[in-house]
Write a protein that binds this ligand. Structure first.
Ligand SMILES: Nc1ncnc2c1ncn2[C@@H]1O[C@H](COP(=O)(O)OP(=O)(O)OP(=O)(O)O)[C@@H](O)[C@H]1O
Ligand SMILES: [Mg+2]
Length: 508
C-alpha cells in the first residue's frame, strides 16, 4: 500500500530538555498514503518527535522534509499551512463552546473579519459525509464523550486542510467499538490520499492497522519493521530491549467483609437526566469489581458520587459499615477511599507544580509529612522519590514540574501516589491508560498485591482484557443502569461488547 514518495522524512533529529535527551539521532520515513505507526516505551520520545514535526519544538539538530521539500517550522501554524495536522495525546478543546465554534475559531474562513459559520458548516458536512462519521456540530463539547471529542479533533485538523495527520495515542481513551470506527475513518482518509502517523501502546492495533512501524527506544530509532514480519512479542522486545513479563495468572481472594456497599444509587448528570439509575453492588475486601461500559454511560457520575463530589438523588453508600452518603469528600478520603481519576490533567495533577508536590496531593494531612505548622520537606521529597522508584517513573528528579513528564509517566506517578496512601477502597478509572505494555503489567501486579492484602477495588476500564484479567466480578453499565453481571470466566470481549451497546443479559 502507499507509494514510495515520502510524505515525511526526519533525519538525525536531536531534541533536549533540561537534564533529558528526548530525541537523539532519530530517523523517520513515512511513505505518502500510508498509516505509519510509532511505538516505544513511556518517555521514549514519541510525542516530542511529533511536536517537533508539528513546529511546537525547534530541534537542536537534524532535518525535516515534507513531500521532498526541506522545511523548518517556527510554529504549528506554519506546519498547518504545509498540510500537517496533529491531534494531541491530551485533547485541547474548549468545553464551553460548541463543536462548530471549536473547529472554526482560530481557523479560516473569514470575510471582513466575520467568521462564516454557515460556510464552515457546509464544508464540515462534506468532510463528515466522506468519512462516514458524524458529530452534532451544535452540541457543546462538554456534553460529548471522549470518542466524540476525538472525532471533533480530527475534523478540526481536516477542516484546516491537513493531508498529513499525526494522531498521538488516539485509541488510549476508546473502547473497542470506537477503535473500529476510528480505523474505518483512517482507512478512508488514506484511500483518499492522506497520510497518517499513529502512536499507540496497543500493539495488536498497531499490527492490525499500520503499513509500517518505527520503533523508538530511549530517544532514538532502533528499527523500522513491517507488521507482517513481527509479532506482538517481538515488537515488545524491540521496544524495551528485553522480554516482557506475562500479565496473566490470577487467584481470587475475595473476603467476607463488604468494604463498599452501594444500594439503589441514582445520580443526576448534565441537564438533570439520571446519569446513574438505581445501581446496587458491593465490593468486598480483596475483591476487584470491574465496570465495563462505553464512556458516558454513568461510570464517571458513579465515581463522583462515591467520592462525594456529586450528591445522589436516592440510595446510599456505606464504607466499612459507616453510612457516608451525605459525608463530604475529605471525610471519605480520610477514611480510606482513594481515587485514580478519569482525566489525569483535569482531576489528578498540578501540571506546573513539582513532582514532590504532586505526590503529596491529598496526603498532606499525614503526620509523617508535617513538622509543626510546616511541611517536612525532606520526608516529602524522600516519599516522592520512593513513588518514582516503585513505579519506574522516568524523570531526572522529583523537582521537575509534572508537565515535563511524558503522558505515560504522569499516569504511573498518579497510580503510585494513590497506592502509597494505603487505601482500603480504591476507585480506579483507567489505571493503565497511556502506559506502555511493560508498565501496564507492572501496575497490574501492584494492584494484585494490594488486593491480596485486602484492598477493595472498583475498576472502571475501557480495556476489556484488563477488566477480564483483574476482576472478580464484572458489571456492565449502559445508560446509567447495570445491565449485566458476569464472572471473569464467562466474560469475553465480544460478550461484554454486546452488553456495552445495550444488549440484555438472559436471566436464568
Ligand atoms: N516540556 C518538557 N520539558 C522537559 N522535559 C520534557 C518535556 N516534554 C517531554 N520531556 C521529556 O522528554 C522525554 C520524552 O517524552 P515524550 O513525551 O516525548 O515521551 P513519549 O514517548 O511520548 O511517552 P508516552 O508514551 O508516555 O507518552 C521524557 O523524558 C520527558 O520527561
Ligand atoms: Mg507521548
Amino acid at each position: 500500500m502507499g507509494s514510495d514518495t515520502l510524505a515525511v522524512q526526519l533525519t538525525g533529529i536531536e531534541k533536549r530538555f533540561p537534564g533529558v535527551i528526548a530525541n537523539h539521532d532519530v530517523n523517520l520515513n513515512v511513505r505518502a498514503g500510508t498509516i505509519h505507526a510509532i511505538v516505544g516505551e513511556n518517555g521514549a520520545g514519541k510525542s516530542t518527535l511529533m511536536k517537533t514535526l508539528y513546529g511546537m519544538h525547534q530541534p537542536e539538530a537534524g532535518t525535516i522534509h515534507v513531500f521532498g521539500q526541506q522545511v523548518r517550522f517556527k510554529s504549528p501554524s506554519e506546519a498547518i499551512s504545509a498540510g500537517i495536522g496533529m491531534v494531541h495525546q491530551h485533547f485541547m478543546l474548549a468545553d464551553n463552546l460548541t463543536v462548530l465554534e471549536n473547529i472554526v475559531l482560530g481557523a479560516e474562513p473569514t470575510a471582513n473579519g466575520v467568521i462564516r459559520f454557515e460556510q464552515a458548516r457546509e464544508r464540515l458536512n462534506q468532510i463528515m459525509a466522506s468519512l462516514g462519521a458524524r458529530v452534532d456540530l451544535d452540541a457543546l463539547v462538554s456534553d460529548l464523550g471522549v470518542g466524540q471529542r476525538q472525532r471533533v479533533e480530527i475534523l478540526k485538523v481536516l477542516f484546516r486542510g491537513a493531508r498529513i495527520l499525526i494522531l498521538d495515542e488516539p485509541t488510549a481513551v476508546l473502547v473497542p467499538q470506537e477503535v473500529e470506527e476510528l480505523f474505518v475513518t483512517l482507512h478512508r482518509l488514506v484511500a483518499d490520499g492522506a497520510t497518517v502517523i499513529f502512536i499507540s501502546h496497543k500493539l495488536d492495533e498497531v499490527l492490525a492497522v499500520s503499513d509500517d512501524i518505527t520503533v523508538i527506544r530511549s530517544g532514538t530509532t532502533v528499527a523500522e519493521v513491517k507488521p507482517g514480519n513481527v509479532t506482538r512479542a517481538t515488537l515488545g522486545v524491540l521496544m524495551v530491549g528485553s522480554e516482557l513479563p506475562s500479565p496473566h495468572g490470577r487467584t481470587s481472594q475475595v473476603g467476607a467483609v463488604a468494604k463498599l456497599v452501594v444500594s439503589h444509587l441514582s445520580v443526576r448528570g448534565i441537564g438533570g437526566r439520571l446519569a446513574v439509575d438505581d445501581v446496587s453492588f458491593e465490593v468486598h475486601e480483596g475483591e476487584v469489581v470491574g465496570i465495563a461500559g462505553v464512556e458516558g454511560n454513568g461510570q464517571f457520575e458513579l465515581c463522583q458520587a462515591l467520592l462525594g463530589i456529586e450528591h445522589p438523588t436516592t440510595g446510599s453508600v456505606h464504607l466499612d459499615g459507616d453510612d457516608i452518603t451525605g459525608k463530604p469528600v475529605q471525610y471519605r478520603l480520610e477514611h480510606g477511599i482513594s481515587y485514580i481519576p478519569f482525566d489525569r490533567h483535569r482531576e489528578g495533577l498540578l501540571l506546573d507544580a513539582p513532582l514532590w508536590e504532586n505526590t503529596l496531593l491529598g496526603r498532606d494531612g499525614n503526620p509523617e509529612f508535617q513538622r509543626g505548622p510546616f511541611i517536612a520537606a525532606s520526608a516529602v521529597r524522600a516519599d516522592a522519590r520512593q513513588v518514582i522508584d516503585d513505579f519506574d517513573v522516568r524523570t531526572p528528579s522529583e523537582t521537575v514540574p509534572a508537565y515535563a513528564l511524558s503522558g505515560g509517566n504522569q499516569q504511573k506517578l498518579l497510580v503510585g501516589r494513590e497506592l502509597a496512601s494505603e487505601p482500603g477502597v480504591l476507585l480506579a478509572a483507567h489505571p493503565t491508560r497511556g502506559v506502555d505494555i511493560g508498565a501496564q503489567a507492572a501496575i497490574w501486579e501492584k494492584l494484585r498485591i494490594a488486593r491480596d492484602e485486602g484492598l477493595a477495588v472498583l475498576l472502571v476500564s475501557a480495556d476489556l482484557e484488563e477488566l477480564i484479567g483483574l476482576s472478580d466480578q464484572i458489571l456492565v453499565m449502559f445508560d446509567g443502569r447495570i445491565n449485566a453481571r458476569l464472572s471473569p470466566a464467562e466474560a469475553t470481549p465480544e460478550l461484554l461488547g454486546t452488553y456495552m451497546t445495550g444488549g440484555h443479559q438472559e436471566v436464568a
